[in-house]
Design a protein around this ligand. Structure first.
Ligand SMILES: [Zn+2]
Length: 264
């Protein structure tokens, strides 16, 4: 039996664990901390087989040295062009990472950082394709632009937007309510966002994760995936006019929304 579970770390990170209860093997994504991962593996008697890394930030890689010493995983797989040097298996966009029945396609998604990659599996789990996207796409939000340009991030999100609607989006942070607060203020008449906010508030009140998101829903609701949606364009144009920002093409519309969130 295969499952994916979030292991909470720091204040709002999720370290994802894909595990096969039959073989006892585990795949861990972006372990910023070692302790919660070791605890999780030991409680369930799992063997750490593979670590996947989406980008170099310490809250995604900080636990790797320790986990490597304690559990000796078969491989630590991440982007070849990365400032993080603790990998034992480097991959490039277009490569495939095979783990048990899953074949993860490596996708380039620069913007948040320049080394950022995502892992996408067409093979489904619980009727959903799997996307590990780190800090690129969040529930109703996207990652901040620390290293890349708005044009790069727009391109990255455009490639994620082409994935099937049924894809489960396993992002690395619980930022949903803050993202929805911004989205609701930017698009106050969007009733879909209002409904979604209520659902997510209830989940959080019950101590539950709002992640994974379902990509089809994100395509309809997430302001950072709606650069060609007339309702979003109208709001971006009004914001751009007030701020003196261009909004004459898709990338500029996306950049205006990112600017608005950065100054919210
Ligand atoms: Zn990051």
């Amino acid at each position: 039996m295969l499952t994916i579970t979030p292991i909470p770390a720091f204040t709002d990170n999720y370290i994802w664990c894909l595990e096969d209860r039959k073989t006892g093997k585990a795949l861990i994504v972006d372990p910023g901390q070692a302790e919660p991962v070791t605890e999780y593996l030991e409680e369930r008697g799992l063997t750490l087989d593979t670590i996947l890394v989406t980008h170099h930030h310490p809250d995604h890689t900080g636990g790797i040295d320790e986990l490597n010493r304690r559990h000796s995983p078969t491989r630590i797989t991440g982007p070849a062009e990365s400032p993080f040097k603790g990998l034992t298996n480097t991959v490039h966009p277009g490569d495939t990472v095979v783990w048990e029945a899953f074949e993860f396609a490596v996708m380039a998604v620069p913007g948040h950082t320049l080394d950022h990659i995502a892992f996408f599996s067409e093979t489904r789990l619980d009727d959903a394709e799997i996307l590990f996207c780190g800090d690129t796409l969040f529930v109703c939000g996207c990652g901040r632009l620390f290293e890349g340009t708005a044009a790069q991030m727009h391109q990255s999100l455009a490639s994620l937007r082409k994935l099937p609607d049924t894809t489960a989006v396993y992002c690395a942070h619980e930022y949903t309510l803050a993202n929805l607060k911004f989205a609701r203020s930017f698009l106050p008449d969007d009733t879909g966002l209002a409904d979604y906010e209520k659902t997510c508030q209830q989940l959080r009140e019950q101590g539950e994760a709002t992640v994974p998101a379902i990509l089809g829903k994100e395509k309809r609701l997430n302001p950072f995936l709606r650069w060609d949606d007339p309702e979003l364009i109208k709001a971006a144009k009004a914001y751009g006019a007030r701020q003196g920002l261009p909004t004459d093409n898709d990338t500029a519309v996306f950049a205006a929304v990112r600017h608005a969130k950065d100054h919210f």
